[in-house]
Design a protein around this ligand. Structure first.
Ligand code: NAG
Length: 215
């Protein structure tokens, strides 16, 4: 009885890991119907008879994003919010523009693995493995190079050149989500208590107030 329970518990854990990315589709497509207020895990399907080519279409990834911001980068998404036909299909794209020496700050995608390819310039990229090792896996990429950021892990890109850089990345979710570490920790609303952050980062509270003022 106890061993059966253990087996069931193991199966439940395995199943929940297997379902950490978008579930498989049970039909050809399920184009998001934005007109309904019904909430499901994803979007309700539009009547297939009313589906048109534009439901699967997006134009604009040839346009450079505006990198005039403190990080010096801009992400232009093409996910289910822009392309309703991506609903339930477990995939999306982004274009990322980097000013010279710009960064895409350390962040994670809670629902997606990412595969990035460099179209222009040179990028130092990296991700950090989970606790307790926290090993940095990093590489400098040139035009045409491809790099993988496994689901959930903290990762970043840094333009290590005097010219603009451009990358396209595919993500294994219609809605990958993004958690930028600095914004989540120092820019939450309401704020996480300075006592908590001072202990977490092993600095004094004034340092925390200084970080907070920037996010
Ligand atoms: C880019 O963003 C900056 C800062 O928000 C803004 O001042 C500037 O007008 C933008 N440039 C373009 C071409 O939109």
């Amino acid at each position: 009885m106890a061993s059966q329970f253990l087996l069931l518990a193991c199966l439940a854990i395995t199943a929940s890991i297997a379902l950490a990315s978008d579930p498989s589709s049970l039909q050809d497509f399920c184009v998001a119907d934005r007109s309904t207020s019904v909430l499901v895990n994803g979007h309700v399907c539009k009547d297939p008879k009313l589906v048109v080519a534009d439901d699967f279409f997006f134009s604009g990834l040839h346009l450079a994003g505006n990198t005039s911001n403190p990080a010096g980068s801009r992400v232009t998404p093409a996910n289910v919010a822009q392309i309703p036909g991506l609903n339930t299909l477990g995939i999306s794209l982004v274009r990322i523009d980097y000013a010279p020496w710009g960064i895409n700050a350390p962040h994670t995608h809670p629902r997606a693995t990412e595969v990035l390819t460099v179209l222009e310039g040179s990028l130092q990229v990296g991700f950090v493995t989970s606790n307790p090792e926290n090993r940095l896996i990093t590489k400098v990429l040139q035009k045409g190079d491809v790099f993988v950021f496994p689901v959930g892990l903290v990762h970043f890109q840094h333009n290590v050149g005097n010219v603009n850089a451009v990358a396209i990345a595919a993500l294994s979710s219609q809605n990958p989500g993004a958690i930028t570490i600095a914004n989540a920790v120092f820019g939450s609303k309401p704020a996480i208590s300075a006592d908590v952050l001072a202990k977490a980062f092993q600095v004094d509270k004034d340092t925390i107030y200084d970080f907070r003022s920037k996010f």
